[in-house]
Design a binder for this molecule. Structure first.
Ligand SMILES: Nc1nc2c(ncn2[C@@H]2O[C@H](COP(=O)(O)OP(=O)(O)OP(=O)(O)O)[C@@H](O)[C@H]2O)c(=O)[nH]1
Ligand SMILES: [Mg+2]
Ligand SMILES: [Zn+2]
Length: 348
């Protein structure tokens, strides 16, 4: 039987994200297992695991606050003032951008606490779509990088990212890179609906510098993550912003027109103009990170001001739906509405 904790305890832990909650339950289970007391309720062991965590936090010496720069299996790099130090992750799931407390616990330098996140970007786990996987934290903007020709444009990825970005509280920017490779710009028409709803779309090329200044102006002073498929030029964009970063870039895998997964670990960098960028590894696919229809609807601001006959209209089949009427008259883009339908179908 799957062991769970009481609703009361779960409610008191509602500030934890699902990844933190998972890790806590795992620790409680292993404490319980070691105690050799199988009839004990799990709640008691969750409380003990929390006490243990608090003890190590309170006993930690030389505590300092810093920003997570990169994360590895068991360790993290944390920027404290101008230095980057490596610390044990311990039981904490931290991601680049997280503000953390580190301190000495015995002979280990460890994360002892994570500050509440202002914003975040998450995706569903590849194997378990209900499991949240954090990508970055405390970002102002997520730049969804797509390329043209090589790899070819994948506009559908943009919609999935936009939902996750909206749900995590950050703003979206779309960067269409490798514009130097494009001979015929009719394929760029698919981006028009995003511009129409006010999402900045920048056409760029790291090869000839097009769009780089526009992007720089848009992002100045903000904390920004570059995300997207492998090989679209995320690291190249970082280098175009600040050549001294020397982010590793690579040619595409020959014959496949796909990225080579060159960047394997996310990394945070401070630029001279006050912008902070986070380069992330390319993804193979991005699942839908939304649990309700209203979360999907949030990513369609063009629906928000339309008043349907029913206040809770799903815009799928109800009579008196002004969204569907607007699609008929052309006031709402049919492409966008079809994207909406496709995403609703995917809701678990
Ligand atoms: N023609 C052209 N090629 C580019 C441009 N930007 C990047 N590239 C090339 O695209 C390839 C992949 O670039 P990367 O910056 O490594 O791509 P990435 O998105 O960081 O890839 P991963 O780290 O694997 O996720 C490299 O060979 C770059 O030189 C561009 O604007 N135009
Ligand atoms: Mg890269
Ligand atoms: Zn409706």
């Amino acid at each position: 039987m799957k062991e769970t904790i009481s609703t009361k305890l779960a409610n008191s832990l509602s500030h934890l994200d699902s990844e933190q909650m998972d890790s806590l339950i795992q620790r409680a289970k292993s404490l319980k297992k070691r105690s050799g007391n199988p009839s004990d309720p799990l709640d008691r062991w969750v409380e003990r695991a929390l006490k243990k965590e608090a003890r190590s936090r309170d006993n930690a010496t030389d505590r300092q606050t810093g920003t997570v720069v990169s994360t590895y299996a068991l360790e993290v790099d944390v920027e404290v003032d101008d230095l980057v130090v490596r610390a044990q992750r311990g039981s904490h799931t931290a991601v680049p951008g997280d503000r953390v407390e580190i301190g000495w616990v015995g002979s280990d330098l460890r994360i002892v606490d994570i500050h509440p996140r202002r914003t975040k970007l998450s995706r569903p786990d590849v194997d378990n779509a209900h499991q949240e996987r954090l990508i970055v934290a405390n970002i102002d903007v997520v730049v969804i990088v797509v390329s043209v020709v090589s790899p070819p444009l994948h506009p559908r990825l943009i919609d999935r990212y936009m939902i996750a970005i909206q749900n995590g509280g950050a703003n979206s920017v779309v960067c269409v890179n490798k514009i130097d490779l494009l001979e015929d710009d009719t394929e760029l028409e698919v981006l028009q609906p995003y511009q129409a709803i006010g999402v900045p779309v920048v056409f760029a090329s790291t090869k000839d510098g097009k769009g780089i200044e526009e992007l720089r102006d848009l992002l100045r002073g903000k904390t920004v993550a570059f995300v997207g498929h492998s090989g679209v030029g995320k690291s190249s964009l970082g280098n175009a912003f600040a050549p001294e970063l020397h982010l590793k870039t690579n040619t595409l895998m020959e014959g496949y027109g796909r990225g080579a997964h060159t960047t394997t670990v996310s990394s945070l960098h401070r630029l001279e103009d006050g912008t902070t960028i986070i380069d992330t590894p390319g993804i193979r696919s991005f699942g839908l990170w939304a649990s309700s229809q209203s979360e999907v609807q949030n990513a369609f601001p063009e629906f928000q001001n339309l008043k349907c006959r029913f206040a809770n209209c799903s815009h799928l089949a109800e009579p008196g739906c002004t969204v569907r009427e607007a699609v008929e008259t052309g006031a709402v883009s049919r492409d966008r509405y079809e994207t909406f339908l496709r995403l609703c179908k995917e809701l678990l």
